[in-house]
Design a protein around this ligand. Structure first.
Ligand code: 5GP
Ligand code: 5GP
Length: 227
């Protein structure tokens, strides 16, 4: 190709990108993470119920986290795009039920949602605005009833220990995708089911097989505490 036409081609590409049509690959997929409240609360750090009341004995949303295929992840991507509760006013009562905060001191959830939006949500703002981001997580949670998947396989939040592989297969069979289980430890040092990760494509709408799993390890038998 002649030097002249190469320069023209570069100019065209720059113009296309400047006009926003150039798809910037700012992340590869999401982790959709849900937490078991019993396992957040029975640890050394303990927990505080939200000012809006004790959450249901069910998995709650922790976050929808943009991630790269190599296991790394972006965070705090846009300090100008601050969380604005007014933008999700219509979602607020669902958020209180499905995305409750358990951190101390007790809060109404806004602190937790602010953290999740500013740390993670701003990194997918090219795809989902604030309303779209929180709504996507709520819709995903409706699609996968983790607690029902476990209890229908005889795995109940009763403080007993269950095999990690049985937990994974029960979830895989119902959800259709391989989950990742994160454990933490209770005050006696027992490994327990803390969070369940599923992977979602960059639209925030469709579950996918995880391109990469987080790091960390559970015991082969883990506790499922009550809440
Ligand atoms: P921890 O160090 O307790 O596992 O994680 C602390 C926080 O770092 C998480 O709540 C989350 O905000 C972020 N984080 C940890 N692991 C990952 C990951 O694999 N992907 C993304 N996107 N964020 C993560
Ligand atoms: P991440 O671990 O996503 O970076 O951030 C968790 C942050 O949100 C921590 O600062 C934590 O104190 C706060 N937070 C508020 N409520 C909750 C909750 O219910 N679960 C977890 N894991 N973190 C919460």
């Amino acid at each position: 190709m002649k030097a002249n036409s190469t320069v023209t081609l570069i100019k065209i590409l720059v113009l296309v990108c400047l006009s926003g049509l150039c798809v910037s690959q700012d992340f590869d997929f999401f982790y959709f993470v849900q937490q078991w409240p019993g396992s957040y609360c029975d640890t050394k750090q303990s927990c505080c119920y939200p000012t809006t009341g004790k959450p249901a004995a069910d998995f709650g949303i922790h976050g929808l986290w943009p991630n790269y295929r190599d296991g790394k992840y972006p965070q705090n991507c846009d300090s100008k795009n601050l969380f604005d509760p007014d933008k999700i006013a219509d979602l607020r009562s669902s958020m209180q039920k499905k995305w409750p905060t358990l951190a101390c001191p007790s809060g109404n959830g806004v602190g937790f949602w602010t953290h999740e939006w500013e740390k993670h949500g701003t990194c997918s703002e090219s795809v989902l605005d604030q309303h779209g981001y929180f709504q996507a997580a709520l819709v995903l949670q409706k699609q996968v009833n983790l607690l029902q998947a476990l209890t229908s396989a005889g795995i109940n939040p009763d403080g007993r220990s269950y095999s990690l592989s049985n937990i994974k297969s029960a979830l895989q069979e119902t959800v259709g995708f391989t989950p990742w289980i994160e454990c933490n430890t209770d005050t006696s040092g027992n490994s327990q089911l803390y969070q369940i990760y599923l992977c979602v494509d960059t639209t925030g709408k469709n579950l996918i097989e995880c391109p990469v799993f987080p790091k960390g390890k559970c015991g082969s038998q883990i506790e499922f505490p009550s809440f």
